[in-house]
Design a protein around this ligand. Structure first.
Ligand SMILES: O=C(O)c1cc(=O)[nH]c(=O)n1[C@@H]1O[C@H](COP(=O)(O)O)[C@@H](O)[C@H]1O
Length: 238
């Protein structure tokens, strides 16, 4: 079951490199397709993943007016993916429109609707940047919670947050609300652009349902070994 809780992003520039990664890590069951690969290569990768019976997190992070978010969500829902992201900061009307639209899109395509999860605050943003650059007057944990609650009230099934906010969000949003955490860093890996990290074990202990772990695995000299080390770390806290 540990494997099921780690989502690996296919953050590569083209389909061929994505397939190379899939071939190299057959033990990974849950993959994320994000803006880089989807923009360069379109939905073909989703068919590849389905043909291999993989679960799919389609991370397109929609952020637009309600009508446009709804249209994009209808389209994305037709692919029959497991998870789909929208920025909570698009606002309540857009989130509600997304909730309705995934049902319509999935029904029209004859597939299960994706679970909608809201981006609360990107894990690359620090408390200082939130205050100084984005001019948000709330403390970071309060801001992330506000975004998560707005998404929950709008019918979303979960939120993306940093592992540092998980304990608080879990307490307030309850056990049924999915918490998906990027910004996870084993102690032996580089932070890179992630600002609010915890280790895989710490994130799971805090109450995360899923961990999104990219470069510590995909940029490692031996991705299989990096994967195994993370699985071993998580097995110590099961
Ligand atoms: O939605 C996401 O998955 C996401 C949200 C967020 O706040 N921060 C974040 O890093 N991500 C994604 O999670 C992945 C993290 O990758 P690494 O930093 O390489 O582990 C990338 O694909 C990001 O697009």
């Amino acid at each position: 079951m540990t494997n099921e809780r780690i989502i690996v992003p296919l953050d590569v520039p083209d389909l061929q490199r994505a397939i190379t990664l899939l071939d190299r890590l057959p033990q990974v069951n849950f993959w994320k397709v994000g803006l880089e690969l989807f923009t360069s290569s379109g939905p073909t990768i989703l068919e590849v993943l389905k043909s291999r019976q993989k679960r799919i997190f389609l991370d397109l992070k929609f952020h637009d007016i309600p009508n446009t978010v709804a249209g994009a969500c209808r389209g994305a829902a037709s692919y029959g993916v497991d998870l789909l992201t929208v920025h909570a900061s698009a606002g309540k009307d857009a989130l509600k429109a997304a909730t309705d639209a995934v049902q319509v899109g999935a029904l029209q395509a004859g597939v299960q609707p994706p679970k909608l999860i809201a981006i609360t605050l990107l894990t690359s943003i620090s408390s200082l940047q939130l205050a100084k650059d984005l001019k948000v007057p709330l403390e970071l944990p309060e801001y992330a919670l506000t975004m998560a609650l707005m998404a929950q009230e709008s019918g979303f099934k979960g939120a993306v947050c940093s592992p540092q906010e998980v304990t608080h969000l879990r307490q307030v949003c309850g056990d049924d609300f999915l918490l998906v955490c990027p910004g996870v860093r084993p102690i032996w890996s580089h932070q890179a652009d992630q600002k609010r990290s915890l280790t895989p074990a710490q994130a799971i202990l805090a109450g995360a349902n899923y961990l999104v772990i990219g470069r510590p695995i995909t940029a490692a000299p031996e991705p299989e070994l990096a994967w195994q080390k993370i699985v071993a770390e998580l097995n110590t806290v099961k």
